[in-house]
Design a protein around this ligand. Structure first.
Ligand code: ATP
Ligand code: MG
Length: 242
């Protein structure tokens, strides 16, 4: 079966720093893929290139068979890619429900504001914010803002969901709940790329894992295979210890 997203030779430099350097990957429909690597290895930049939040210097991205690497971010969202941010980006003066409704209005299944607000209700319940729909988003803790971002992403009815360290900072109970929640999203048929440092979550959720270092893909396979790869061990431990 054709891949949902195919990335080829994707590159982005910041001055002399090659943040993403000839990155290629192919991800099938319904997969949950872990994207891991040491700090600064280019994971967030790769997501920003996929979503059009940053323009690529080079490379091709095919999503659902269409070239998207030169599309503006709002069109990529419309095409069915939604995300959460490593550093959350909620609209603080809007209510929690309104933030989610924005995701519905500008997503892959656009609708009028009234329907968008209706769509927000079950999604807020799903991420554990059901009782707080009409409070300002600014009233939320950082972790709850991440929950809000997930509801906002789902409101757009994406076919591909990108999570950038969505599980970071959760306590053990919240982590179990978060893993279970991501599993339900995958069961709904949404393909997921999750950038994550919580390796237990990668092992629990991902059939496939891609490891980056210095902007490049250095290993891929099942989480067990990829994380045991000598190049990966070396990247995490540093040259001196390997
Ligand atoms: N807007 C930017 N301007 C300049 N340099 C940047 C910018 N964004 C990222 N970088 C640099 O690009 C490299 C890759 O950063 P990126 O945020 O993609 O890494 P990451 O793998 O997501 O790391 P982390 O696990 O710490 O989130 C880093 O060296 C970072 O400092
Ligand atoms: Mg990052």
């Amino acid at each position: 079966m054709a891949a949902l997203i195919e990335i080829s030779g994707l590159s982005k430099a910041f001055g002399g720093l090659r943040a993403v350097d000839g990155f290629s990957a192919s991800i099938g429909r319904g997969e949950v893929v872990g994207l891991v690597g040491p700090n600064g290895s280019g994971k967030t930049t790769a997501l920003n290139l996929i979503t059009g939040n940053l323009p690529a210097d080079d490379g091709i991205i095919r999503f659902n068979g269409r070239r998207i690497e030169a599309m503006p971010a709002h069109r990529i969202t419309r095409a069915g890619i939604a995300r959460t941010f490593q550093l959350v980006r909620v609209m603080p003066s809007m209510t929690i429900a309104e933030n989610v409704a924005v995701g519905a209005i500008f997503g892959a299944a656009p609708c009028r504001p009234a329907e968008a607000m209706a769509r927000a209700v079950p999604l807020l319940a799903r991420v554990g914010l059901g009782a707080r729909a009409h409070q300002p988003a600014a009233s939320l803790t950082y972790i709850d803002q991440k929950r809000l971002e997930l509801a906002r992403a789902l409101a757009g009815r994406p076919s591909l969901l990108l999570l950038d360290e969505w599980l970071a900072g959760l306590n053990p109970t919240e982590l179990d709940e978060g893993i279970a929640l991501i599993r339900t999203i995958a069961r709904d048929g949404i393909t997921i790329i999750m950038v994550e440092h919580v390796m237990d979550a990668i092992r629990a959720l991902c059939g496939h894992c891609i490891v980056m270092n210095a902007g490049r893909k250095i290993a891929e396979g099942t989480p067990a295979e990829a994380l045991a790869d000598p190049a990966v061990v070396k990247a995490y431990l540093g040259d001196d210890d390997a």
